[in-house]
Design a protein around this ligand. Sequence first.
Ligand code: ATP
Ligand code: MG
Length: 359
Amino acid sequence: MAELKLKGVTKKFDNVTALKNIDLDIKDGEFFVLLGPTGAGKTTTLRCIAGLDYPEEGEIVLGGDTVNSVIPAERDVAMVFQYYTLYPHLNVRENLEFPLRSKKRNLSEDEIDKRVLEAARILHIEDKLHHNVTELSGGEMQRVGIGRAIVRQPRLFLMDEPLSNLDAKLREGMRAELARLHIDMGETFLYVTHDHVEAMTMADRVGILNEGEILQVGTPDEIYNTPATTFVATFVGSPQINVILAEVKGDFLNLPSLGINVDLTSKQKAALDGRQEILYGVRPEDVEVIKGNDKDHSSQVYFKQSMGAEDIVNLKCGEGTLRALVEPHLKLKEGDDVSFSLDIERVHIFDLESGLALR
Ligand SMILES: Nc1ncnc2c1ncn2[C@@H]1O[C@H](COP(=O)(O)OP(=O)(O)OP(=O)(O)O)[C@@H](O)[C@H]1O
Ligand SMILES: [Mg+2]
């Protein structure tokens, strides 16, 4: 087991700065998810930790040791990749044994056997050990890939979008299995993904990475409910948060695109700090919609998407639209006259220029 610290890590490729002064503090036994869009620097972060890339600046500290100049094989970390990196000419058992057969490890046959069977048991692939890997489904192949990391008994697991090639249903099942695996093993996991649902459902804590910079680190709850920037607010959560330009008018705000006024709470008013224009962020579940006109603002259903347990409706209001999440029993349909109120205690306000949350 090991804690991992990144201190001021910067990595450049020619004219691209892939990582800009990254600080991370990952606790022993934690399931930490690094979440960010394509090109954010997720894989580069993992490669620097594994020793496959070397940062120009900063320190990587694993279990108290600075490992910057330690070769990959001696860092004692295992990486699981997005694409299955199995040997097609070997069967499942041989693929699992492979990392253990290096001369350096010098493990007994009994020990190899024990570790392989244990990994197979954990991953529910005991009955596949004699199968050729080319006969496996995508999900089974990725289990073998994870198994190859487990048998090494590393002090840190690095996982680079290991589920992104699986179909949606399998991915959901594997998420739960991986989270369970982490609980059973109690090891430190650093998992990267561009999928916010994956991050929110599996992580103890999430770090949001964009353009080589860490924007926020927090529990899934903190990330969702107190996003540090508009980027974080829009990247996490589906359907997406509404971000609307707002003009400050004393005790209330005017939202010109929707043609409505909304009250400011005293806390929000204090956070404005003299600003005249801000960005107003409203999560779709914080828009309360009813048929008829008993709520604060009247509007019309412009577009509806059913998701089974919930419906997403786009409300036409003024010149703009507003996304809201509603109960299907309302049976709203396009053109219905409705009214809505915003839960002003739950909305987020951001600086117009920087996108930073105002608190
Ligand atoms: N070997 C390399 N040579 C040059 N540029 C690179 C190299 N590896 C990564 N980059 C650049 O560094 C940045 C970060 O890339 P990285 O692969 O870490 O992103 P990522 O977050 O893993 O993205 P994805 O979600 O697409 O896998 C990108 O701009 C990428 O083009
Ligand atoms: Mg990547």
